[in-house]
Each structure stands twice: as C-alpha cells, then as structure tokens.
Design a protein around this ligand. Structure first.
Ligand code: ADP
Ligand code: MG
Length: 569
C-alpha cells in the first residue's frame, strides 16, 4: 500500500481525546501530578498539607489541605478544562501571585484517572463530594468534611497504559515525589508538609516559617551549623536564603534549590551563577548546599513558558543573574573576613617583617603592583616561616599551627588572580604595549570569543585587533603577565572564553587563565627570598587555601597530626 492511500482526512479531535492528549503535558508522571496538587493547596492558602501516596502514586495520591476550599456551586466547574479562579483576563498574568493560573491541572489529571474530591468552602456549613472517572463527573453529593479540600486520585494512567509503562521503578518515582515535596517545603517554610509513602511517614516539615528548620528536615540537622544567611537587595530584586560554607559540599547539584516568588524553578543558568560565586571556595567537582529565594515584582516573572510552570523567564535576566552572583559572592567573602578576624585574635606572627626582600623577585611579576585601594585584608593564613623547597614545586614552611606544604604554582596563581581582580574592579589594570605588534592565528570560535568579550579584554589590559577572519594583532598585554609569551597568553585566554555557558563566568575565567599563564611554574627553582615573598603575598589574599580553579594551594599538617603520626598521642 502506498503512503498516500494511508492518509486519513483531517478531522477535529473529539474533546475527550484532545484532553487526554493534552494531559500528557501536565500529568506526565505521578510526581508531576503531586506537584500540581501541592500548587493548588498553596494557592488556597493552606497551612498544613498532608500527602498520602501508595505505589508511587499509581494506586493512590491523596492530598489533604486546610485552605479555603471550593464553593459547592463551583466544584464541578473546577474539573473543566481552562477553568480557573486565578485569572480572568490576560492582564491578570502581569500581577500573578498564585502558583497556578492555566486552569488545566484538574481537568488533565481527571482525564487519566479516577478522582474523588471532598471540600468545604470557608463559610459553608456543609461540604461537597464529587466523584469523576476519566473526565466524566459520576456523582455530586453533600458531605461532612473539615474546611479545606481533600483530593484522592486512584488508578492514575489506568486508561493510558503506555504512560503507566514509563513509570519504570516505583521506588525511583517515590523518591521523585519525595523530592518534589521537599522542594515545596523549602519554597514555603510557613506551610507544614507531611508525606506518607505506602503507609510510612517519610518526611515532615515543621511549618515554622523558618527556612533553617526546613533545611534541617531536608538535608539533616547537622547541616545547619554550616549554613550562611544570604540577605541581599539590588535594583528591586530581593535575594534571601541559606547557603553552605565551603566546609559543606556535595558531589552533585541536587542540594541546590532556587525559588522565584515562592515557586521552585529549574534554571541551569541561575544555578551556574550561584556556583560561579563559589569558585575558589570549593574544589572542582564539589557543589554547595543552598536554598535561595528570589523575590521580584510579579510582572517581572513570566511563568507561562512551560506547561508545568517549572521554568520561568525574567524580564531583567542579566540583573537577576548578576544580583544572585553578587549576593552569594559577598556572603562568602564576608564569612572569610569574619573568620579571619576571629583567627587573628589568637595568632601571633612568627616572621619579622624586615626580613622580607624589598627588591623585586621572580622577574618582577610578583611585584607588579600592590593591591589597589584598601589596606591589606586580614588573612586566613598565619604568618609562616619558610624552610625550603621540595622537588622544585613545593614550599615547606612552618606556622604556629604546624607544617605547611605549599604548591608554588597554585599559590602564585591565587596571588595574581586576587591582584588582577582588585585592579580590574578599580579599572586600573596596568598594560604593557609591545614594541612591535605580534600577530596570532586564531580559530573561528576564538574570534567569536574575542568579539564577544571586547570590553572585558580591554579592561583586563589587552589591546587586540581582529585581523582578517582568522588572526588578531596583539598590541598590548597586561603588565602582570610578566615574561609569559604574549601570543600564548592571548591564545589561552581566548580559549577559556570560548563557549562560555554563562556570560557572568567570563571575568573569572579570563582572570584565572591570565593568572595561570603568568604564575611561576612547577619545576622552577626559587631561592628562599622568593619563597618568603610568595608566601607573604599568599598570606594577604582572601582565599589563600585554594587556587582560582578551586584546587588546594597547600596541605597543612597540624602539630597534633604530626604527634599522632609519630605515635606521641
Ligand atoms: P489552576 O490552579 O490553574 O487555576 P486547576 O485545574 O489546578 O487550575 O484548578 C482549578 C480551580 O480549582 C482553581 O482555580 C481553584 O479555584 C480550584 N482548586 C483546585 N484545587 C483547590 C484546592 N486544593 N483548594 C481550593 N481550590 C482549589
Ligand atoms: Mg492548579
């Protein structure tokens, strides 16, 4: 049979078929049904939300809330598609304060399950009970029920066997449901959530209104000792939440949650901005624990871009990303300053300042400029006494708290990075013109990176000019670059700037790459003066213990560790 003869005429779908198909977007899996029902309970102003789940929701999803309920006259309508009490005209979307607004969840879920609702509206004395099967209302009757609403969904996807098959493992889907509930508990600390899976209570949030209490319930009570409070306001964007100190981290991103006006959202680039602020504080491959709430005027968030409303668009996307990045970065820096202030009170200096060389060492690159502006920041690293160098790579030093082995390259990277960072901030990066412009062959993606980051590169001390489609002329490079080859420096920096997942990362990447190129290499012999100079500069940085890529700059062996190793304790 030819393809043509298989063609059937165009027809409008019957409404129930259309609904059953559309239901796939909202009621994709049990966890997404749970999400919609929680949205509804929160929108109804519930303070307590109880969820009972059997067989990962395939057998039963029951959600009981103490919100305002639905008036008897409207209960049936709630099951119709495009029926909602939350918006009545397009403009209402601009002032949206509810999680739902599409009026499709109950209709979609009803199309693929059996539902029973019992509800009593705020000022009604008798409640209403409605039963429906595959979208068809079977029965409505009065009933006695507390104020609020209880919805029970059974035989989910019973009439869509294919969808049921996609729920492969009940255990995994149960876990997914639990994580949805936890996200909402973090999103709404004032609401108490209780979750029971197959008769076992597996999660409960306190509903105290305190985010730290929910973090303890979600991530374990010990985590709260390691949390820092974020409280930030910028251009009408409020950012509040709790983030982990660098001492607490995870091997994946599952403990990072971002909320926009009380709605859990999936947004990779926001998570990226958050993690970027941790760079230098956490080892590569480690991720923070965080629950961060963004609060914006409702008109600046578009939640109408994703059927499950879990992705949103911000009118001022760049500002939101910038504000998040700065709020986290500042919180971490303040932590570092406070911690060092505490440390300083019980530390004593062991190095006499006059011992330090006043002449430039290391080809001048360590001395290119003193940090601009403020007085030297207090350091998290005590003053150290340098003994010598091991394997032309590690500096061995002693401090009041034991022995330190310092990676000379990583340490110098940190020093240069911090210095560049300060200079760039102050708009004072020193540049060094080349006697003769050098030409460098570059790839198409490097060219793109050059064009996209023109301003950043200029403020970082580069003077570069595209030359044809596959080369650039180098007229000047940052003075800090020292003896490194200008062509290699430019090429490395452009490579770092290729395919950036997020523009906010460009600055850090460029500076880290410059610092790496200019830093003294492993294998270089340093004399004691040079090592002392490097160590004293490292002491003055804000994050002496990691290089800009997040690798450690040093290993510290405390006196007690040494004593233990030698069997003295
Ligand atoms: P939406 O939430 O987008 O309005 P739904 O299909 O989820 O659409 O719900 C339809 C309507 O039913 C809601 O607008 C709301 O008025 C009502 N409703 C649903 N669940 C509840 C609940 N738990 N408590 C009170 N009213 C509810
Ligand atoms: Mg809804």
């Amino acid at each position: 049979m030819s393809q043509d003869s298989e063609r059937r005429p165009i027809q409008r779908m019957a409404p129930d078929l259309a609904l059953k198909i559309a239901a796939g977007e909202v009621a994709e899996r049990p966890a997404s049904v749970v999400k919609e029902l929680i949205d509804n309970a929160i929108d109804a102003g519930a303070q307590h939300i109880r969820l009972e789940i059997r067989e990962a929701g395939l057998k039963l999803i029951r959600v009981t809330d103490d919100g305002h309920g639905i008036p008897r006259a409207e209960v049936e309508l709630a099951f119709a598609s495009h029926a909602t009490s939350k918006i009545h005209q397009w403009d209402d979307l601009e002032q949206l304060t509810t999680l739902g607004f599409r009026g499709e969840a109950l209709a979609s879920i009803a199309a693929v399950s059996r539902i029973e609702v019992q509800t009593r509206f705020a000022d009604e004395t008798v409640g209403t009970r409605v039963r429906a099967e595959h979208g068809e209302i079977l029965e409505q009757s009065p009933c006695s029920t507390p104020r609020g609403l209880r919805i029970s969904i059974s035989d989910l996807f019973g009439n869509v066997p294919a969808r049921r098959k996609f729920v492969r493992s009940l255990r995994a889907e149960g876990g997914q449901i639990q994580s949805v509930v936890m996200q909402y508990a973090l999103a709404q600390p004032g609401v108490q959530f209780t979750l029971s899976l197959d008769g076992r209570d597996t999660f409960m949030s306190p509903g105290s209104g305190n985010l730290a209490d929910v973090m303890a319930a979600v991530h374990g009570p010990t985590t709260i000792e390691s949390l820092l409070r974020v409280d930030w306001q910028e251009h009408g964007i409020r950012i509040e939440g709790l983030i982990s100190r660098p001492s607490l981290s995870r091997s994946n991103r599952s403990a990072i949650s971002v909320f926009a006006n009380g709605r859990p959202i999936q947004n990779r680039s926001l998570i990226f901005a958050l993690e970027e602020a941790y760079s230098g504080f956490l080892m590569i491959g480690r991720h923070p624990v965080a629950a961060v709430h963004l609060v914006l005027p409702p008109g600046e968030i578009d939640a109408n871009i994703h059927p499950a409303k879990s992705e949103v668009r911000f009118a001022r996307d760049r500002e939101v990303h910038g504000a998040l990045h700065r709020s986290i970065g500042t919180t971490l820096l303040e932590m570092r300053l406070n911690r060092t202030a505490q440390l300083d009170t019980h530390l004593f200096a062991t190095v006499e300042a006059e011992e330090l060389p006043t002449q430039p060492a290391l080809g001048g690159s360590l001395h290119a400029a003193e940090p601009v502006g403020a007085a030297p920041a207090p350091s998290a690293l005590p003053a150290l006494r340098v003994f010598g160098q091991a394997n032309q790579t590690f500096i061995i030093a002693e401090g009041p708290q034991g022995l330190y082995m310092i990676d000379q390259h990583a340490a110098h990277e940190r020093v240069l990075f911090d210095r560049l960072d300060l200079q760039l901030e102050a708009g004072e990066v020193q540049t060094q013109p080349l006697l003769e412009p050098a030409s460098l062959a570059i790839s198409a993606t490097q060219m793109l990176a050059l064009e996209e980051n023109e301003e950043l590169l200029a403020s970082a001390g580069f003077d570069l000019e595209p030359f044809g489609s596959d080369a650039c002329l180098i007229r000047a490079v940052p003075a800090l670059a020292g003896p490194a080859s200008p062509a290699q420096l430019v090429s490395e920096v452009l490579t770092e700037l290729e395919n950036l997942p997020e523009p906010a990362a460009a600055r850090e990447r460029a500076l880290a790459s410059m610092a790496c190129q200019a830093a003294v290499k492993a294998g270089a012999t340093l004399d004691v003066q040079e090592m002392r100079e490097l160590v004293s500069q490292l002491e003055r940085t804000l994050r002496p213990d990691t290089c800009p890529h997040g690798r450690p700059t040093m290993i510290h062996l405390s006196h007690s560790q040494l004593e233990r190793e030698f069997g003295r304790r």
